[in-house]
Design a binder for this molecule. Structure first.
Ligand SMILES: C[S@@+](CC[C@H](N)C(=O)[O-])C[C@H]1O[C@@H](n2cnc3c(N)ncnc32)[C@H](O)[C@@H]1O
Length: 389
């Protein structure tokens, strides 16, 4: 690879080159962000904000690049010893918990900062309340997806398409750790062999069991934090008029539907796209709840909800990371809606959608972040918006 000079005689980065830099931030995927002396930005796993180090360039993508830590010159005070033997930034290490080497308090501060940065263009940087830490920083994860090729079982390695085999996983709940031990005892297993390159057998587990090559219905991944979310929702709904029709979007198997029904609302429509989830929701037989299976990202999704949307007084939405993609259409169609509870797992799409609801006349009464997934950059938000109609 040739070195070449850009404008002004600054040397452009080369593959394999080692440069010295300071980590200026962390990305939404958890990697350190470092600037090359030539100005190009590189993502580096396993480094923390403020650290000075030597980095080796490993690849380029569009205007960015990737590098790996070569030598840590000034480590951050926030560094701690990871509890998991499989944690690390290397190509054969597990990529599941990229921040396990960082003190938990510093992780929480980074999550708060990310949310503030996302809300800053809306003038709401100071709106979020302090983040709720996970009561259990380890042993919290009640669901997980692993991969196996019949010889090994593990997670997908950091920044690669390889299985990082694991013998244990301390973020899993005790029950899931037991599932993992039982799965390991079944290796080698010819039924789990890789049928195609890059296509492993998938192992989904949760507190209820293990499925091979079949996704289990969504559930909130941290049971302690889910209880807090449910309590929060109940407290926000409690003062509202029970006669107002409630529309719940992305209802899953009814985790929040149950809270809405328990609060005593008379008419609730719960909408969800996955058949197995809606079957479970129906099987709960919740009073006042009508279930509706629909793809909420399809064109015309709001139109198809018809009067359920036109008449709604209270909206509850808990979308996947994509957020409520056509929030403008939703805000326009739900013209009688006064209260909107938005549960989000992505600060960027949350801020995008929030901007639309603010334009539609809502104001943000409360934004409560919480940590569902310690040692990862994931951050969850609970928001209560209101407008007078
Ligand atoms: C973050 S989960 C929330 C589930 C539920 N509120 C809970 O607490 O368990 C998002 C839900 O959106 C559903 N979903 C994803 N894509 C969808 C789509 N295109 N249309 C409708 N629902 C969808 C998922 O199946 C999942 O149940």
């Amino acid at each position: 690879m040739f070195a070449f000079c850009g404008r002004g005689g600054i040397e452009m980065p080369r593959l394999g080159e080692v440069f010295t830099g300071r980590v200026r931030d962390v990305s939404s995927a958890g990697a350190g962000i470092v600037e090359h002396p030539g100005g190009r930005v590189f993502f580096v796993s396993g480094v923390w904000v403020g650290e000075e180090a030597r980095f080796r360039i490993t690849g380029f993508r569009n205007r960015f690049g990737y590098a790996r830590l070569e030598e840590l010159l000034a480590p951050a005070q926030e560094r701690v010893t990871p509890r998991c033997a499989h944690h690390g930034p290397g190509p054969s290490d597990c990529g599941g918990c990229p921040w396990q080497f960082v003190d938990y308090g510093a992780q929480l501060a980074a999550k708060e900062n990310r949310l503030k940065a996302a809300l800053s263009p809306l003038g709401l940087a100071d709106k979020p309340l302090p983040i709720w830490p996970s009561p259990r920083p380890y042993g919290y994860r009640n669901r997980a997806q692993l991969k196996t090729d019949g010889e090994r079982i593990g997670y997908v390695a950091a920044g690669s398409r390889r299985i990082a085999p694991v013998e244990d996983c301390p973020i899993l709940t005790d029950r899931n750790r037991t599932h993992l031990r039982e799965l390991l005892e079944q290796l080698p297993n010819s039924r789990w062999r890789q049928r195609k390159r890059g296509r492993w057998t998938t192992v989904d587990m949760d507190e209820e069991g293990v499925s091979i090559d079949r996704r289990r219905p969504f559930r909130q991944g941290n049971s302690d934090q889910n209880l807090r979310m449910r309590d929060w929702l109940k407290a926000r709904l409690a003062p509202l008029d029970r006669r107002l029709p409630v529309l719940e979007l992305f209802a899953g198997s009814g985790n929040f539907t149950e809270v809405i029904a328990d609060t005593g609302f008379e008419h609730i429509v719960a909408v969800e796209g996955v058949g197995e989830a809606i079957d479970r929701l129906r099987a709960r037989g919740l009073p006042g709840v009508e279930t509706w299976r629909q793809d909420l990202f399809a064109d015309g999704a709001w139109r198809r909800l018809g009067r359920n949307l036109e008449e709604v007084g209270i909206l509850v939405a808990d979308p996947p990371r994509r957020g409520i993609e056509n929030a403008r259409g939703l805000a326009t169609a739900a013209r009688k809606c006064r209260d909107l509870v938005y549960v989000s797992c992505d600060p960027a799409t949350f801020a995008r959608d929030l901007g639309v609801f603010l334009e539609a006349g809502y104001s943000a009464l409360e934004i409560q972040p919480l940590d569902q997934f310690p040692h990862t950059p994931h951050v969850e938000m609970l928001a209560h918006l209101h407008r007078d109609v």
